[in-house]
Ligand binder design. Sequence first.
Ligand SMILES: Cc1cc2nc3c(=O)[nH]c(=O)nc-3n(C[C@H](O)[C@H](O)[C@H](O)COP(=O)(O)OP(=O)(O)OC[C@H]3O[C@@H](n4cnc5c(N)ncnc54)[C@H](O)[C@@H]3O)c2cc1C
Length: 277
Amino acid sequence: MKPAPFSYERPRDLNAALAMLAANGSAKIIAGGQSLGPMLNLRLVQPELVVDISGLAALKRAESSRDELVLGALVTHADIEDGRTPDVTRGAMRGVAANIAYRAVRNRGTIGGSLSHADPAADWVSALAALGARLTLRSLAGARTLAVEAFVVGALESALHAGEIVEAIHVPARAVSAHWGYAKSCRKTGEFAHAIGAVLVDPAAATARVVIGAIDTAPIVVTDAAELFGGRVGADYKQRFDARIADLLIAKAGINDAVRRHIHVSVLKRAVHEAAA
Ligand SMILES: Cc1cc2nc3c(=O)[nH]c(=O)nc-3n(C[C@H](O)[C@H](O)[C@H](O)COP(=O)(O)OP(=O)(O)OC[C@H]3O[C@@H](n4cnc5c(N)ncnc54)[C@H](O)[C@@H]3O)c2cc1C
């Protein structure tokens, strides 16, 4: 199929893009086009106007300080995979990027587009929630900041208001003592996952963030995950991982099929083991 007819604009700067979005409530942003392209072709979306932000240099920045990395929304998965952006996560983001889809998709797909699309099975949705990342959203009225877990509110549903754009993603530096584990289950390499587990465990600080993703809706994000480790996060967290609590959390999220829950729990366990390795 071909898209329904639409107008196309390629603004020269961010303010021009925001003005176009403000003036046309049904306008759609296009960044890498890896999700919007198919949706247009299938006529799942029929915007009057497509605003192509891919030329906006302000959204391509990548700057790191001691505490965080700030990535413009247009940074691609391949930029991260290839190390063209600084890394404050000690390889965690690079590993996630390298396993998103296929190289052709990674060359064009952007981190901001991936979060904005809010596909529950998208890697950044789970990985960045586990890493404690935040987004800056900008409109003509100004900017606001949201945690990733507050931004993705459901399947293909984000907290983005009309006229707003994802400007940047802020990723906190991973402490030297913090362990990272990320695992996913895909039917075929390069396909979207049907289960994702992501963990950031810091035994020295006795903290753990755990994400159970690809569950049909917004991921389960446990920001204080001691309950998954018998009530205490210590050096023995791998042995203390409690699969029954994970199963309960997934059941509470509405997954009634025991086989699916088992896959999610197993993938999460793999992430915990990877972190502890
Ligand atoms: C074959 C295939 C396999 C894939 N497999 C995976 C996978 O395994 N894991 C995974 O995580 N992803 C996967 N993807 C998705 C891909 O990685 C892209 O990240 C994703 O398509 C969105 O990025 P994009 O830049 O192409 O966004 P676009 O397609 O351009 O836009 C997607 C949506 O986000 C909006 N948008 C884009 N940028 C912004 C912004 N800055 N502010 C506000 N709204 C914005 C658009 O309006 C649109 O609604 C796959 C895609 C394909 C085609």
